[in-house]
Write a protein that binds this ligand. Sequence first.
Ligand code: HEC
Ligand code: HEC
Length: 176
Amino acid sequence: MADDARRDAAYAAGQERILFCGSCHGKDGNSKRDYIPNLAGQHPLYLFEQFEKFGNGQREDYVMSNLAKVLTVEDRINIAVYYSQQEANPRTSPAPALVDAGRAKFQAKCAACHGQNAEGFRNMPRLAGQPAEYIKIALKRFKDMDPAVQSSPMIGIAAPLTAGDIEELAAFLTTL
Ligand code: HEC
Ligand code: HEC
């Protein structure tokens, strides 16, 4: 990322490779469906690591697991660079009344890792602007310890969250 010429070349190659991904994740990385995550503004290291996880079975999703197997290491790097450079847009909350409660919970329990504005850092994903539906799916999955093989710090963190906490956090994060 520090070398301008190499980053630009990776960006251009990534842009070509993402035509197909764009039908779900958006050409600019802002997802087209609420159950699909944004990739825009996500750290390249996080994106790259998720390809590894889909590829080696630590994380499973029918489409993504199959895709991860056909992408070369070069593709994965280029795509990660491309999407990391896109801007994630805030969304309208489906539950605006819950946003303030979610903000307080986020500051208390999540900001230390995900950043004050949920902007993410390295392998701690950006959460700002993610569709509320996706945040809920992701938190429930950690709560249910699925996939259990994943030794994620999120498993312990999601365990005590109630359904109400999850609604509030998701309502808040999508608006950032
Ligand atoms: C048919 C729709 C579809 C297509 C096409 C698709 N994805 Fe996905 N992608 C998903 C869904 C759904 C998830 C969430 C899976 C889950 O819940 O674990 C996902 C998750 C991801 C994640 C993890 C993001 C996160 O926040 O954890 C990355 C990275 C990703 N996709 C990259 C890609 C790339 C790169 C391509 C193109 C090569 C692509 N996807 C094509 C549907 C799609
Ligand atoms: C100790 C650091 C830490 C804390 C505290 C933390 N997280 Fe995470 N979180 C992570 C890491 C690391 C990941 C990446 C997933 C993985 O590696 O398993 C993650 C992933 C996630 C994801 C999935 C994002 C995606 O794109 O798929 C969500 C949603 C999430 N965290 C929400 C939260 C919420 C809400 C809180 C507060 C209740 C929280 N996290 C607190 C470290 C943390």
